[in-house]
Design a protein around this ligand. Structure first.
Ligand SMILES: [Zn+2]
Ligand SMILES: [Zn+2]
Length: 661
């Protein structure tokens, strides 16, 4: 593994005294919000032995007809307020908010997503009658949400104030900033959407996947544009990122501006910031900055980020020296790099194949935007690859994260219909491994290795072949110095990263009282004529909105919990036919088991289950007229779950089905 040299050089003169954080002002924490959030239903693993935690008969779960006995893996009993864990948030149907509007002269900031995770970034800024929303990202599913397509930020607060939303401003076209746009925009009244050209093209392309939703009301802006969102004046500046057309935002308030650069890293070499970059940020020398909100993704990495130009040099070398055909896989979102790779290929007289949907689509958008101009004939279809000698083709593929069905994954396991990897090919994995994908990437590399290829990856390469798109600690410090804000809210990152970012700001001289580390939904206000920043005790709804096929939102939690249970212990269905006149079983119950136990080898257990069913039904119907089917179902669920747990130590989803004749 190559160590990226730490560069602690501060490009600013040592006498740069201009930088000092305003020391005045206090944060008054009205009341730290207590978990559980009233907008979440939270499930808690139960510690008690199940026998002492028998669920109530006729609890509301009875009507759903499926059961999971209270246990350490899941719990269907409605929660008491006192029970909570931040780890398993599930949201409840939205309640009408009781949060009052901000007072006159107050600036309200609500990070609605992206501050308890990396992904689904969205922040609302509310001043008087105007709300501006910055970004609406998405997050991919996690282990806790099987089967979910993706997650978007909670829009409840905004939905309830649709008529005040004057603008959605998008910093750049990455999915953690635009992935939620189609669904979020339709939920918040489709306000005007502002961003630069490429980002808007990316959003329009994504919008095509949602033909049932209204078209975006998009307006292209440039770095020198000024817009009015209601009474709020907004300006912009350009930032360096792996995505061209990335935009920083300046929101003017009576007490100074709010600066949020979106994702950025500095265009610098060995800590010396380029002239162009200095120019973009030069306005900050005169700007009175009230609040800085900035990215914490790489706050834990010391030094400056590796400049992308170093990666371009490294790739150029590796491609030049590579033997056989060159196959490169990078993030389809690393647009700048993808364009550079095509340029390198052209300089070596190589034809280029673009294989993979997101890759093709992104490059098409760049061509449309006029920033990607391959020579005529450079790009060839994958099926023509064998028409050229091996050293005259470069194949770009999706799938560096080990995605099974991406182009590279299919090529590696020989299921690619149009492309075969050959011994002697060089494969360059020009990306880091996203945490959680380690095993998948290992499988990919193993599969590739079986083809007798040479693999060059980020970890083992002699050359730089990947760099992050986010600024490291020194890039971030540079921005703090440059903006010299009065108040600071760290955003974009896991909680521990935001806390680290707070520490970095404090080390630069900022008072702890002028920093608030937010949670999703935290309502932060700058009050007293811009002199004090507080955290209100109320919280905006922040539970994740899960998108699952065509459905979205609030009631998915029950579905997800069932999926988790099914995945863990399977299901057990019992079908009993009851004679409604006598209350007796008409025939031996049918039993279906999936993912639980193999029925054929457990005849004795089945026999006992049937006896319990018979006895339960007789007990519950004795003397009753008419028969209460709900009560029977509840008892059957309880008794069978308990019995199965005693016999197998497993807790399948038990589903009793009663037929009456
Ligand atoms: Zn980005
Ligand atoms: Zn981002």
């Amino acid at each position: 593994m190559k160590e990226i040299p730490k560069k602690n050089h501060d490009p600013r003169p040592k006498s740069g005294q201009r930088f000092s954080y305003h020391k005045s002002g206090n944060i008054r924490v009205l009341q730290k919000p207590q978990l559980p959030n009233p907008n979440k239903i939270i499930t808690t693993p139960k510690q008690s032995a199940y026998s002492s935690d028998r669920p109530q008969k006729n609890a509301n779960r009875a009507s759903r007809g499926s059961y999971q006995y209270n246990n350490s893996k899941g719990n269907r009993r409605p929660k008491r307020e006192s029970e909570g864990t931040p780890n398993k948030p599930y949201i409840q149907k939205n309640k009408v908010s009781t949060i009052p509007p901000p007072d006159k002269g107050v600036i309200r900031i609500i990070p609605l997503g992206g501050v308890e995770e990396i992904g689904k970034n969205m922040t609302a800024i509310e001043i008087g009658d105007d709300i501006i929303v910055v970004d609406a990202g998405m997050q991919f599913k996690t282990e806790d949400t099987p089967g979910i397509d993706y997650i978007i930020p909670n829009t409840t607060y905004l939905e309830e104030r649709k008529d005040k939303i004057r603008a959605m401003i998008v910093t750049h076209g990455h999915l953690d900033h635009i992935g939620g746009i189609p669904l979020v925009m339709s939920r918040i009244g489709n306000p005007p959407l502002y961003s630069r050209n490429l980002s808007i093209l990316v959003m329009r392309k994504r919008q095509e996947e949602f033909p049932h939703l209204p078209a975006l009301n998009a307006q292209v802006i440039e770095t020198n544009s000024v817009i009015y969102a209601g009474n709020i004046r907004v300006r912009f500046f350009g930032v360096t990122h792996t995505m061209p057309d990335s935009l920083g935002i300046v929101i003017e308030t009576p007490y100074g501006s709010i600066i949020t650069p979106g994702d950025f890293k500095l265009d610098q070499i060995d800590g010396v910031v380029s002239e162009e970059e200095e120019k973009e940020y030069a306005f900050l020398d005169k700007e009175k900055v009230l609040l800085l909100m900035t990215d914490s993704t790489n706050i834990e990495n010391e030094g400056f980020s590796l400049p992308e130009v170093r990666v371009h040099e490294g790739l150029d070398k590796v491609i030049r020296q590579g033997t056989g055909r060159i196959i490169i896989s990078a993030f389809a979102s690393s647009i700048t790099r993808l364009m550079k790779i095509v340029e390198i290929a052209e300089s070596l007289g190589k034809k280029v194949v673009l294989d993979g949907r997101s890759l093709k689509s992104n490059m098409e958008i760049c061509e449309q935007a006029g920033i990607f101009k391959p020579k005529k004939g450079t790009i060839i279809p994958v099926e023509n690859v064998d028409n050229y000698p091996p050293n005259k083709v470069l194949i770009m593929m999706t799938g560096a994260q080990g995605e099974e069905f991406a182009a590279l994954g299919r090529a590696a396991n020989k299921t690619h219909k149009k492309f075969t990897i050959r011994s002697g090919d060089t494969i360059i994995l020009s990306s880091s491994i996203v945490p959680g994908n380690e095993i998948a990437v290992q499988h990919l590399k193993d599969n590739l290795s079986r083809h007798g290829v040479k693999i060059i990856s980020y970890r083992t390469s002699e050359e730089y072949i990947h760099a992050t798109g986010h600024g490291n600690q020194e890039d971030i410090k540079w921005l703090h110095r440059k903006t010299h804000p009065k108040f600071f809210i760290p955003i974009h990152g896991w909680h521990s990263m935001l806390v680290k970012h707070k520490e970095v700001a404090m080390a630069l001289g900022m008072s702890i009282d002028n920093i608030i580390v937010p949670d999703n939904g935290s309502i932060i206000e700058i009050i007293e004529n811009g002199n004090k920043m507080i955290l209100r005790k109320e919280k905006a709804a922040s539970g994740p909105m899960m998108v699952d096929g065509f459905s979205i939102g609030d009631e998915q939690d029950v579905v997800i919990r069932d999926r988790v249970m099914l995945a863990q212990d399977g299901m057990f269905v019992l079908i009993a036919t009851i004679d409604s006149s006598t209350g007796k079983l008409r025939k031996s119950p049918d039993i279906i088991s999936r993912g639980f136990i193999y029925l054929k080898e457990n005849q004795e257990l089945l026999h006992q289950v049937r006896l319990i069913i018979k006895k339960t039904i007789e007990d519950e119907t004795r003397g009753l007229h008419p028969i209460d089917f709900d009560t029977i179902k509840t008892s059957l669920g309880d008794n069978i779950s308990k019995f199965l747990f005693q016999k197998t130590a497993k807790r399948p989803l038990v589903i009793p089905v009663l037929l009456s004749i």
